[in-house]
Design a protein around this ligand. Structure first.
Ligand code: GLN
Length: 252
């Protein structure tokens, strides 16, 4: 279900993550190696977010459909360079719309967010969760999908001052309690730090040489890739990676 990646480090063309590696995000869209929870390809949509100027707001490009059919993105991704990238390909959960606005990354200012998974028993399971959000947040969801609601829940915590990994972990704990069986791999960046969660899907990290990448599947056969255990929240930047057990972070 969906594949996503986040990168921080020296500026690279988007293609160095999305198109060029042997197991690039584009390849993971049609030949993913580790799909769990249904779906065989990730051809319902895609999106890339990056930072034209370090410290500035994010730019996001997203479309419904298959990433391999977008020749314009393939060309643009050779000339657009950034030292911070978050990208995703989507396999829409059954019943959820296949539209541009349902594609990650979701964004607000400097934030870019992605969800790999599904909220169980959608949408009945989320009535209580949504009740914690202001009506305005519900009316301005990008799309009527679980991922868009998760982004609203995360953003509310960020707005309240939570650290990125704590915001993600808190949402995972709350949603997992309200909707057991949910799959909640989340990814978040502000261009300087990457935060992610592992909750029933794979997530790999490669760090070193002043760069760090988090990805649903390794982009190549570099032995430095290591898989993160399930149930963790990870915070990573170019100086290091820290991993904590979500259950030890309060709720859960
Ligand atoms: N449930 C989300 C959606 O439909 C994410 C799907 C996925 O991870 N495959 O957009």
């Amino acid at each position: 279900m969906c594949r996503h990646l986040g990168y921080l480090g020296p500026a690279v063309p988007l293609a160095a993550l999305v198109h060029d590696p042997p197991h690039s995000l584009e390849r993971q869209s049609y030949a993913p190696a580790d799909m769990r929870g249904g779906g065989t390809v990730n051809a319902d949509g895609y999106g890339v977010g990056w930072y034209p100027a370090p410290g500035g707001p994010a730019v996001r490009y997203r479309r419904a459909g298959a990433i391999w059919s977008d020749e314009n993105l393939a060309r643009l991704s050779r000339v657009v360079v950034s030292g911070a990238v978050l990208a995703a390909v989507r396999s829409a959960t059954v019943g959820m719309p296949v539209v541009d606005t349902a594609c990650a990354p979701f964004t607000d200012g400097r934030w870019l967010f992605s969800h790999n998974g599904r909220v169980a028993d959608w949408p009945g399971s989320v009535v209580d969760l949504a009740g914690a959000l202001p009506t305005e947040a519900l009316l301005t969801l990008d799309a009527p999908t679980d991922s868009a609601l998760l982004w609203a829940l995360v953003r509310a915590r960020l707005d309240a001052g939570a650290e990125p990994a704590a915001a993600l972990a808190d949402v995972v704990s709350e949603v997992a309690a309200a909707a057991p069986g949910s799959r909640l791999n989340l990814l978040l960046t502000d261009g300087t730090v990457l935060a992610g969660t592992t909750w029933t899907h794979s997530l790999w990290v490669r760090a070193g040489g002043g760069a760090v990448t988090l990805a649903s599947e390794p982009l190549d056969d570099d032995p430095d890739w290591r898989e993160l255990p399930d149930g963790r929240a990870v915070t990573a930047d170019v100086t290091g990676v820290s991993v904590v057990d979500i259950k030890g972070m309060g709720r859960g």
